[in-house]
Design a protein around this ligand. Structure first.
Ligand code: URA
Length: 241
């Protein structure tokens, strides 16, 4: 297990500057395994059990770096750190905005798209999930303005569909009609507004879009829109399954 200086750890988790952490330690606000830690320069072992061992002002410390979250993104919030309006980061505890390494969304969903969104401060994990070479499937349910014609499945599966303004055709994608105006679409790429632009390319319009799945991980049924929780190791592995 890695040992990290207490003041460095806590300032990286957003609890304050190093001198603020020193003051807090001297004031008796930090306890490790039930014993007050008054030396902010002490090195402490950092593992997943840290919140069970380290208390800040009587509360379990926030999860250490290496955080991965699964969220049910609601419609109307933006996947960005700093844009006007409601942001997915506003759904997390305010202190988490000050974390370093920062928490980023794994790819993006449009403001008007809902569903499965992952967030992490682990750059290596993030790149493994979004890397085009991994072909992690992204499964969307689209509600359409006009009935499906029956041609869309073959066009999307062809590997020849060109999106406006792009030089390379889309990789084959699978369409599963669910009703005349609803379809499930599985893609392996993550181009800008990809699903909306695919339906626009076949003369339709996406009215609602929801991501159901990433690789082998489905949006957990216990998460209502706006809710999130830490991912289990099994859930992280499922993304690549
Ligand atoms: N495709 C889109 O058009 N929007 C999303 O949010 C995700 C995929």
């Amino acid at each position: 297990m890695k040992a990290v200086r207490l003041d460095k750890l806590l300032s990286g988790l957003g609890y304050g500057t190093r001198s603020e952490i020193q003051k807090l330690a001297r004031a008796g606000g930090i306890e490790l395994d039930g014993t007050t830690l008054s030396d902010a320069a002490a090195r402490i072992p950092v593992g997943p059990d840290l919140p069970a061992r380290l208390q800040i002002d009587g509360r379990p410390v926030d999860p250490p770096p290496g955080l991965a979250l699964v969220m049910h993104k609601p419609v109307g919030v933006t996947c960005s750190h700093k844009e006007d309006g409601a942001l997915v980061h506003d759904l997390l505890p305010p202190r988490w905005r000050r974390r370093d390494p920062a928490i980023s969304t794994v790819g993006r969903l449009d403001k008007q798209t809902s569903g499965l969104l992952l967030l992490t401060d682990d750059g290596e994990l993030l790149h493994r999930i979004i890397s085009p070479r991994r072909h992690v499937a992204k499964v969307y349910r689209a509600t359409l303005a006009r009935p499906l014609t029956g041609q869309e499945g073959a066009i999307f599966a062809s590997g020849e569909l060109m999106l406006e303004g792009e030089a390379k055709p889309l990789a084959p994608a699978q369409l599963e009609p669910l009703s005349p105006t609803e379809a499930r679409l599985t893609v392996t790429e993550g181009r800008y507004h990809q699903v909306r632009r695919m339906f626009a390319a076949v003369g339709n319009h996406v009215e609602a879009l929801h991501r159901e799945r990433l690789g082998g991980l489905a949006l957990p049924e216990d998460l209502a829109p706006g809710q999130w929780r830490q991912m289990t190791d099994e859930e992280i592995a499922a993304v690549f399954a």
